[in-house]
Design a protein around this ligand. Structure first.
Ligand SMILES: [Zn+2]
Length: 467
């Protein structure tokens, strides 16, 4: 990826310089990628722009050089185009065209606010994100998801026609070789201590490949001298409470790893009226496993075989198994392909039968891995920088993390939405190329305000492919 030489886009000359490289309206009439981005946000989250301006600015009004809306938008964009570090805001986004496009958007959405003709330094963003409450950026992400749910555009992917599948899992985010802050978790092996900051995430995990962040709990110690460290399980209970507060009436089915196969977790699910599908492993629940295997032998009629091209799936299930005084159900999918045989087994609160076992597996249990692949793996290895310390400050790092989730959501809405999906497949091939082209478009051409107004005034439907 080449780097911009416009790094120090000088105040005052940025707009004039930008005009010299502005392509104006796209002659083919096809939306430019920045236009498609704004259209996508307007379509799915029309309240986003107003929400940006509601974020509480902790700075003294006299000391505000760059309005907060501008800083937050750039932070989301820097994740979308994967600049890699806050320092690269200057080197990879500081082109006159980007500054002019940014100003055009700011003037469109915030006509009463004065915006400078320049881009701030990454340290300026760090300064403000150290002071903005992460509850604010959390609230922005919640607003994005609520808007998607309200628009009912993800309903086709619900389980049993009712439950949104939400995978919950933890992952390592930051690791340091020396003490980083009083909140670090520590792990010592071979006389070496690592200091780390994991997160527990909740993501809508949908059959069409979307993995949209809906909840985040940072796993961290309250103080440096705690006797018992924070852990993923404790973080789960905090996450569940916030998730219920944020989405009180949304029907949710949690997709969980075997780590969460315990009575207190399932009790939380029941209390919140959530469905659950939990990976069931012999090692984690040996007694329940033995009962399941014994009952399975006694009910050979509980079987469904589905043959697909190159793949044979055998489903089996048992209802009403005793689990520490609770009644749970279990089901499995044995998948046979040329590559071998893979068993998947789950516990669930749903009653299982021949009519729903395939769907519970396909749209439920099997979607759990999306949080790993489309979620964590993409954010770690796909340029988002999940494991990069965007700030040494704990508060700013949380804000960067949450803004990264918003950037990733917007990218996915474009990648999977009908506005760009075919174009990305046909002309870009990979999502890495898409991000690179978005970066090039944002930094090389100026968005045309009149054309954008026309595009945003045109009604269109952006749909997702089912399955
Ligand atoms: Zn730390």
């Amino acid at each position: 990826m080449r780097s911009w030489k416009y790094g120090a886009a000088k105040r005052g000359c940025a707009l004039a310089a930008a005009k010299t490289i502005c392509s104006g309206a796209n002659p083919s009439g096809e939306l430019t990628l920045p236009e498609a981005l704004v259209k996508t946000i307007e379509h799915f989250v029309p309240e986003f722009w107003a929400a940006l301006s509601r974020v509480k600015d902790p700075r003294h009004p006299l000391l505000i050089e760059y309005p907060l809306q501008q800083e937050l938008l750039v932070a989301v964009l820097m994740f979308m185009v994967k600049v890699g570090s806050r320092r690269n805001i200057k080197y990879k986004l500081g082109s006159p065209a980007f500054v002019a496009t940014l100003k055009c958007l700011m003037e469109r959405y915030y006509p009463d606010v004065a915006f400078p003709d320049a881009l701030f330094h990454g340290d300026t963003l760090n300064y403000v994100l150290k002071r903005v409450s992460p509850l604010e950026t959390h609230g922005l992400r919640t607003l994005v998801i609520r808007s998607l749910l309200r628009k009912r555009c993800l309903e086709a992917f619900r389980l049993k026609g009712l439950y949104y599948p939400v995978a919950v899992d933890g992952t390592g985010a930051l690791v340091f070789r020396s003490k980083h802050c009083d909140h670090c978790l520590t792990k010592t092996s071979n006389e070496q201590t690592l200091y780390y900051h994991p997160v527990v995430e909740a993501k809508l995990a949908l059959e069409n490949g979307l993995a949209l962040s809906v909840g985040t709990e940072f796993v961290q110690n309250e103080r440096a001298d705690v006797k018992k460290q924070d852990c993923e399980l404790k973080a789960f209970y905090r996450l569940a409470k916030v998730l219920k507060q944020d989405f009180p009436i949304v029907k949710v089915c949690l997709l969980l790893d075997a780590l969460f196969a315990c009575k207190p977790v399932l009790t939380v699910c029941r209390r919140n009226r959530w469905g659950y599908i939990v990976t069931f492993k012999e090692g984690s629940l040996p007694e329940v496993w033995r009962e399941y295997q014994a009952l399975k032998g006694l009910t050979p009629e509980n079987v469904l075989i589905v043959n697909r091209e190159g793949c044979r799936q055998t489903f089996r299930w048992i209802n009403d198994i005793d689990f520490d005084g609770m009644t749970v159900n279990a089901f499995e999918c044995l998948e046979e392909t040329a590559a071998g045989t893979t068993p998947f087994v789950w516990l669930t609160g749903f009653r299982v039968d021949a009519g729903n076992v395939e769907e519970l597996s396909r749209r439920g249990g099997r979607q759990r891995w999306k949080i790993e692949n489309e979620g964590f793996n993409t954010q770690k290895n796909g340029g988002y920088g999940l494991e990069h310390a965007f700030s040494e400050n704990n508060v700013a790092q949380k804000n960067f993390y949450l803004l990264m989730q918003i950037g990733h959501i917007f990218n996915q809405l474009m990648e999977k939405g009908s506005l760009l999906r075919e174009r990305i497949r046909a002309t870009m091939g990979s999502l890495a190329v898409f991000s690179q082209k978005m970066w090039a478009a944002l930094t090389e051409t100026v968005i045309d305000a009149a054309r954008l107004r026309w595009i945003l005034g045109t009604r269109i439907q952006i749909r997702f492919e089912s399955g």
